[in-house]
Design a protein around this ligand. Sequence first.
Ligand code: HEM
Length: 278
Amino acid sequence: MHNRLTKAVLLTPTVAALWFLNSYAFEYFSVDPDRYGIYWPRREWLLVHIIAGGLALLLGPLQLWLGLNRREVLLHRILGGAYVLGVLVSGSSALYLARHTDFGWIAGMGFTTMAVAWIVSTSFATIAILLHVAEQHREWMIRSYVLTFGFVTFRVFTEVLQVAGVGTTLEQMTAASWFSWSVPLLITELVIQGRKVLAHSPSRRGGVVRRSANPIGRILKEGAGVFSWAKTFRQPTVTGLHLSSLLSSAPRSSGRVDGAEPQYSHEAREERPSVPCP
Ligand code: HEM
């Protein structure tokens, strides 16, 4: 990953998370009923929710950075465990807070769906890495962190609506309880899936594509290219050597020792989730 992009991945959410914690979360580290306001009757749940959620919020960018750059694998695993614990504890308390919110059932449903999506995506990320499916782990972790970040987006969204004078407080909270996480998640999905679609276009696979002036001819030609590429995977004679050369630009092995599994490069495993991890 490019250095500047790495820094942006690490720094932007960290700065936003610190702003959120300083502006909205730290005030609850007291036993003053005035500070808790409407949350006083459920203060224990909120405090647990904030501490565990804050942990996940701060660990997320560091974890993404370590994971995407394959640095400090042991540290990544330990902090990953802490992140998952943070999500499970904060997500469970969020379910209670959502059930008892003062902002009505539509907002309650929005918070509940958000908490369920948070727990499910983090669980899938954990299961994927336990099964050594690195690509799926990475995708689910990105979704998980987009959801962790959902409450920061929630506050930004409500602040913007307030400044713009759009709606009542109840309407702002209700809209934010759904839009603050579903829209970022949709954008994330478009990027993840869109990259996969584009990676399969013939021009991205290194071949020189001759452009036809006729758009229908072009579509047919590209379709034929995709079809012939797909056919190579159906050939019964595909060997470990052949497959690795299709999947990876890494140096080829000299062949396959009888009975032994073919060795794949890291790049190959990234490209094809089904390629096993060692
Ligand atoms: C997807 C994850 C999350 C869900 C579903 C969720 C859900 C909730 C719910 C239901 C409430 C009570 C809302 C109300 O009744 O007014 C709440 C409050 C709060 N949550 Fe979360 N939360 C999540 C993540 C986080 C994270 C990561 C933090 C970081 C510390 C956090 C910090 C807070 C704070 C500070 C409040 C108090 C309300 C405020 O002043 O903004 N939440 N959350």
